[in-house]
Design a protein around this ligand. Structure first.
Ligand code: NDP
Ligand code: HEM
Length: 489
């Protein structure tokens, strides 16, 4: 058959004779089961969806590269950061958190900022948000927290009583909800926002010295946000506004970029730092640890196929490369399990070999088989270790983690520090200007006005009062209620 003109085939490659009329018994039917092309079309269509991500379901992705612009090799031996000018291909997926796959882009919600670096030593994933902190600081609270962000089990409606019930009983959320209800809670586009690794990670250099780091991707486009009324309108008229903007910008050659900076804390400082450095509800004030430039990330290529590249992308905070390790942060530790577990459920045990996820460096191990094993499955090479084959993959002791000391009793222990207030206070009083403070108060009041269950608003006003009395009084005035007297005593 001529290959000059592409011809239509079944999934098994046989040419299709008719793709418009099913095979029927006579002109009026019925349809014959003999039409295997029809059966295949209907059956495959029924299987088009994989489960959407349980959080961050709505997203947009892009390819690009990361280029080192400053020598940080004294802090980390990570090969992709080893010399100025080194370029590494990467893929990013931006997302909202709470909405479903088809939900609107312009809602008030943190934005996911998940980056996959295809390094020469395997994939390094930095799965962050556009906020430097998070709502909670122990993984054990995550499923409960997300239930309050999703739909009510009876009404299937979004439930602001649940949201504020949980937040008001979890004062560690105050920092993140202050950022969320500030202007930055609704970015103008995905290009006009910063990204943060949020957690503290560990960098290790060639001499085995360890440093704790926090990542900041600063947008080179400048910060721009949406007016909430405009955002509400856009949610109705163009729910894919952010997705469209990113795609069009890249298509037009208007490549967005971010400058990656890090804060670096010598390992020994962690013992006595004024904040728990592993508490993801806290930042490290810049005056303590200034930003050090690392490089530039540029997005210059749109995905060719949304499902193959964006929906099947599997980012995991557990994907590290030598020179970058986890910190003891209890949230991060929970995430090290959760993501690859989600990927095995969502896209299968062999998701790492899908083209978007496959490392560009060699992958050699003794894992085998499972659904959809399609990359040769290790061929005839041995599938066990220890073995006596000289050419079989061997561990490399120089890539063991950097050892760190732990002590104490195994127990369910709360964090030592309960200061949920000083950092949101610094943001409210020292960073925001009068107009920003006023809009923050309005945004809180607009969201809380839908709270009807008794006690929740009072409890939240008490929390706000501990951040700043004028914040609590401002929100209370807009809601037409009083700050409870008990908190003022
Ligand atoms: P600085 O004055 O040195 O920095 C203030 C920071 O706040 C800048 O990084 C700025 O980002 C960021 N910012 C400004 N407006 C908002 C907003 N509405 N939501 C989130 N971030 C915003 O202050 P400190 O380092 O002493 O920190 C003071 C407070 O600033 C912190 O308590 C925290 O709430 C907030 N912050 C601090 C960060 C940190 O890593 N230290 C990071 C982000 C926020 P940009 O420079 O891009 O405009
Ligand atoms: C997505 C769990 C905290 C950022 C996800 C997914 C799960 C999950 C299961 C879906 C993964 C998939 O199906 O591909 C958790 C748990 C957390 C937690 C258990 C706390 C213990 C955080 C924090 C951040 C974050 C603190 C940011 C700092 C993201 C992002 C995505 C995501 C960006 C989307 C990744 C993508 O684009 O594919 N999370 N998460 N999460 N999470 Fe978390």
């Amino acid at each position: 058959m001529s290959q000059e003109k592409k011809y239509l085939t079944t999934a098994s490659g046989a040419p299709v004779g008719d793709n418009q009329n099913s095979i029927t018994a006579g002109h009026r039917g019925p349809t014959l089961i003999q039409d295997v092309h029809l059966l295949e079309k209907l059956a495959h269509f029924n299987r088009e969806r994989v489960p959407e991500r349980v959080v961050h379901a709505k997203g947009a992705g892009a390819h690009g590269y990361f280029e080192v612009t400053n020598d940080v090799s004294k802090y980390t031996k990570a090969d992709f950061l080893s010399e100025v000018g080194k370029k590494t291909p990467m893929f990013i997926r931006f997302s909202t958190v709470a909405g479903e796959l088809g939900s609107a882009d312009t809602v008030r919600d943190p934005r996911g900022f998940a980056v996959k670096f295809y390094t020469d030593e395997g994939n390094y994933d930095l799965v962050g948000n556009n906020t430097p902190v998070f709502f909670i600081r122990d993984a054990i609270k995550f499923p409960d927290f997300i239930h309050t962000q999703k739909r009510n089990p009876q009404t299937h409606l979004k439930d602001k009583n649940a949201v504020w019930d949980f937040w008001s009983l979890s004062p560690e959320s105050l920092h993140q909800i202050t950022i969320l209800h500030s202007d930055r809670g609704i970015p103008a586009t995905l290009r006009h926002q910063n990204g943060y690794g949020s957690h503290t990670f560990k960098w290790v250099n060639k001499d085995g010295e360890a440093f704790y780091v926090k990542y900041h991707f600063k947008t080179d486009q400048g910060i721009k946000n949406l007016d909430p009324k405009v955002a509400d309108e856009l949610a109705g008229t163009n729910p894919d506004y952010h997705t469209e903007d990113l795609f069009n910008a890249i298509e037009e050659g208007n490549y967005p970029s971010w400058t990656l900076k890090v804060q670096i804390m010598p390992e020994a400082d962690a013992q006595n730092y004024r904040y728990d450095p592993f508490d993801v509800t806290k930042v490290w004030p810049h005056e303590d640890y200034p930003l050090v430039e690392v490089g530039k990330m540029v997005l210059d290529r749109n995905p060719e196929n949304y499902f193959a590249e964006v929906e099947q992308a599997a980012f995991s905070p557990g994907h590290f490369v030598p020179g970058i390790e986890a910190s003891p942060d209890k949230m991060l530790q929970g995430r090290l399990f959760a993501y690859s577990d989600a990927h095995r459920y969502r896209i299968g045990a062999n998701h790492e070999s899908l083209p978007i996820n496959r490392a560009k460096s060699p992958v050699n191990n003794y894992q085998r088989d499972g659904f959809m094993s399609h990359d040769g499955n290790g061929g005839s090479a041995p599938n066990y270790e220890p073995n006596s084959f000289s050419d079989a993959p061997k561990e490399t002791p120089e890539n063991k983690i950097s050892p760190y000391e732990v002590s104490g009793f195994a127990d369910s222990v709360p964090y030592d520090q309960d200061d949920h207030y000083s950092q949101p206070r610094a943001l409210f009083r020292d960073v925001m200007n009068d107009e920003e403070r006023e809009r923050l108060i309005q945004n809180f009041a607009d969201h809380m006005s839908a709270v009807t269950r008794e006690g929740i608003v009072d409890r939240q006003l008490e929390n706000f009062y501990k951040v700043a009395p004028e914040l609590a009084e401002g929100v209370a005035a807009k809601l037409g209620v009083e700050v409870p007297a008990s908190v003022k005593e």
